[in-house]
Design a protein around this ligand. Structure first.
Ligand code: AMP
Ligand code: MG
Length: 344
């Protein structure tokens, strides 16, 4: 199969993509978070193609993307007032809500759960395509399962060339990490995955918010969890990744002492001079954390190479979008963190 890469600026782009989606085909779509691998989310055969193309475990449910926030009612029931406040404040945007699913949503989309995850993305062309297709679009991150997520059309092509009919090229993703997921099916809203909408922003609207344990700790693969995707190895290059925490100087001292040929250092731009001779790769500026979230997956994909032996990574501290970057990097490192201040 030939994979067409069509620019979002191309006049025929939206119609061609919508037509393929209506026929039950896969189309990779740009969003403000990451590129998604889209299919008609109400068509079980189309949804099955997503799982096949990604090699995604069947128990990992998909997010449905809608063009118009009002369409939430077509997919969910028991929508609490708090959900509408979140819609008002953050949609279109990088926030996914988990709510009780209506009958219309196929079991393969929700991986058999009674709930469904829904989002309205902040991307013109993709909302236009969803509206033209006339159905909610199931779209997990477009990467092959287990690989770092896709934030450019080229990343998608690298993973799926010859296996999907079309990629919409909308340039590099602005946020760069997947959407924030909040579960609204219990009395207290629960953060299942941090992302572009920060915990502080959610708390300001919701009042209270609990953080699911899968956000902060390694989850056993046989565990029963709220967001099934959280238990799988994610975001990681093939080699071992270790986070080295602590001050710039102490971390650099530790890494330079342990560095051996074939290792790489994933660091902030400001730290590059400290790692001359240690093959450093910057993923953005520590002073501007949005550049770190935007650059993280491209960097992790560059490090996903058999020639790389081990990656020493530097991780931003604090809340806001840094919280999402910490979550992805800690998962890439399987929560292996060395305290650069204490280590020798
Ligand atoms: P991805 O689109 O690849 O970023 O993955 C979607 C994420 O949403 C996975 O981690 C899923 O576990 C999570 N998710 C999707 N649907 C639900 C749901 N009904 N309940 C909880 N988590 C969900
Ligand atoms: Mg994913």
């Amino acid at each position: 199969m030939e994979t067409l890469v069509i620019s979002a600026n191309d006049k025929q782009c939206a119609e061609t993509a919508a037509e393929l989606l209506k026929q039950g085909q896969l189309v990779a779509l740009p969003t403000e978070t990451v590129y998604g691998l889209g299919a008609d989310g109400l068509n079980p055969e189309a949804v099955a193609k997503i799982f096949d193309a990604k090699g995604r475990p069947q128990d990992n449910p998909l997010i449905l993307h809608i063009a118009d926030p009002k369409d939430l009612e077509k997919l969910c029931h028991h929508i609490p007032e708090s959900a509408w406040r979140l819609v008002e404040t953050f949609w279109p945007g990088p926030l996914t809500m988990v709510l009780p699913a209506k009958e219309i949503v196929p079991k393969c989309t929700t991986a058999g759960l009674p709930t469904v995850a829904v989002r309205c993305p902040d991307n013109e062309i993709t909302r236009q395509i969803i509206a033209l297709a006339g159905v909610p679009i199931a779209a997990p991150s477009a990467n092959l399962s287990g690989k770092p997520s896709t934030t450019t059309a080229q990343h998608v092509l690298n993973d799926h060339k010859g296996n999907i009919p079309m990629i919409v090229d909308g340039g590099a993703c602005r946020v760069g990490v997947e959407s924030t997921i909040v579960d609204l099916t219990e009395d207290t809203p629960r953060l299942l995955r941090p992302g572009g909408i920060t915990p502080e922003q959610l708390q300001a609207v919701l009042g209270e918010l609990t953080v699911d344990k899968a956000v902060t700790a390694q989850i056993d693969k046989d565990a029963v969890v709220k967001a099934p995707g959280m238990k799988y190895k994610h975001y990681a290059p093939q080699c071992q990744v270790v986070i080295v925490s602590g001050s710039r100087e102490k971390a650099a001292e530790y890494i330079r002492r342990h560095y051996t040929s074939g290792d790489r250092v994933l660091c902030f731009q400001e730290e590059l001079p400290l790692y001359a001779g240690c093959n450093p790769l910057s993923y953005g500026k520590e002073a501007d954390v949005a550049t770190l979230s935007a650059g993280l997956f491209d960097a992790l994909r560059q490090l996903d190479d058999p020639s790389v032996h081990k990656v020493y990574a530097r991780c931003p501290v604090g809340g806001g979008i840094a919280y999402a970057v910490q979550n992805r990097l800690k998962k890439a490192a399987a929560f292996q963190i060395i305290d650069g201040e204490a280590a020798v």
